[in-house]
Design a protein. Structure first.
Length: 215
């Protein structure tokens, strides 16, 4: 190898390879790798929002931090950061869907659309709400429990416009609580205003008692 060749290699080609910063190997971003790992967990745990939210948030935040550093040329790993961000976004979508499904399920479990459903759950002493509107008016039923007792709260929300004004003034807005044991719900409470009053207490019972005295 002559002197000209040595000079070319040392001062030219080799110099370019060793001095050009674009050929210098950059350190892979720790945020990018962490984002990818957390993103995988966020997709898996997204169906359980209570546990998955922390992974989802961290996956997205770490991905953004990684991309900021990468854009500044401080590190490499863009593909890892993007993958972590996408997985975190998917985990977020799954968590939202899961929460909506949970809320709808809870709503369906705490209310009924017909009296048959209400009576079934009332017999099981399940917390339930049902509002029924008939030709008589609107009556609200709520089942709760206290200690070993089941409690029905019955309220006359509104009587029909065709009902006597005195009855409307006397009964509307009044409620009473009827106590029973699980499996022994009195179905008469749902079809009559005066049946089963011996197991009930409240202003509605008192108002009904006064009306019975006037008959």
């Amino acid at each position: 190898m002559n002197e000209k060749t040595k000079s070319f290699l040392s001062g030219g080609l080799i110099g370019v390879l060793t001095k050009n910063p674009e050929n210098k190997t950059q350190k892979r971003s720790g945020f990018a790798l962490a984002s990818l790992i957390l993103g995988v967990f966020s997709v898996i745990l997204g169906w359980f929002p209570l546990f998955g939210w922390i992974f989802i948030v961290l996956a997205i935040v770490f991905a953004i931090l990684a991309l900021v550093n990468i854009n500044k040329g401080l590190s490499s790993g863009r593909s890892l950061a993007i993958a972590g961000f996408i997985l975190g976004a998917i985990g977020l979508l799954i968590a939202i869907i899961s929460m909506i499904a949970f809320v709808k399920s809870a709503e369906n479990g705490s209310s009924c659309t017909d009296m048959s459903c209400f009576i079934t759950k009332a017999n099981q002493c399940q917390a339930i709400t049902y509002e029924e509107t008939t030709e008589i008016g609107t009556i609200n039923y709520i089942i709760t429990s206290q200690n070993s007792n089941c409690i029905l709260t019955k309220e006359i929300v509104e009587l029909s416009e065709s009902e006597d004004a005195f009855l409307k003034k006397t009964l509307e807005g009044k409620k009473m609580e009827c106590t029973y044991s699980s499996g022994q719900f009195n179905g008469q409470w749902t079809i009559s205003l005066i049946e089963g009053l011996e197991d009930c207490q409240g202003e509605l019972k008192e108002a009904l008692g006064q009306l019975l005295l006037l008959v």
